[in-house]
Write a protein that binds this ligand. Structure first.
Ligand SMILES: [Ca+2]
Length: 184
């Protein structure tokens, strides 16, 4: 198996440790994989941050909103003057806005990769029961590749890295794998 052109381009923006892991995981031929995200530039991160959120009016009562953020803009993103709050938690995909709070995807090279199974011509994000199983199979394979290469990592399906995936956490990010910043 070989990564598609778009996947490979995204993988190329990732930390070399992630590239090695993803190459090994795919080489086993157990499941085909698409790379959804490597590095994200700030505007792209912010666009994703707005998912599930809406811009709050400046009522002076802003602090009552949960997860409210006050963001100072330097004019880098057009439709952005500061206050966003969560409208639909199920649609929230990140808590990092890309400008003030940086995601591991905002590092260059990216310290994170988002990957999904590519099966019968389609990327499977895990939105059906079957796809979810396929995502979890992929996640197991990628985690195994990290272990084989002895590379420290965090998977969004088990943020605390204990022996209990999914059931001891509320924010599931099953497509997300990240490595710690290397100490110079
Ligand atoms: Ca856990």
């Amino acid at each position: 198996m070989k990564y598609g052109k778009s996947s490979q381009a995204k993988l190329d923006t990732c930390d070399i440790r992630i590239q090695r892991v993803m190459d090994l995981a795919l080489s086993w031929g157990l499941i085909d994989i698409s790379v959804i995200y490597g590095e994200r530039k700030p505007p792209e991160q912010f666009h994703i941050f707005t998912k599930g959120r809406e811009r709050a009016q400046h009522t002076g009562k802003a602090q009552k909103f949960d997860s409210l953020r006050t963001i100072n803009t330097n004019g880098e993103f057009p439709d952005w003057d500061g206050l966003w709050h969560i409208k639909d938690r199920s649609k929230v995909v990140t808590f990092k806005d890309g400008f003030v709070n940086l995601s591991t995807h905002n590092n260059s090279p990216s310290l994170a990769v988002d990957a999904a199974p590519f099966i019968a011509g389609r990327v499977r994000y895990g939105n059906t029961e079957m796809e979810l199983k396929q995502v979890l199979i992929m996640a197991g394979i990628i985690q195994a590749a990290f272990k084989v290469l002895n590379i420290e990592f965090t998977w969004g399906g088990n943020w605390d890295g204990d022996g209990e995936p999914l059931s001891d956490q509320t924010f599931q990010d099953l497509l997300h794998f990240q490595v710690p910043k290397e100490i110079a």
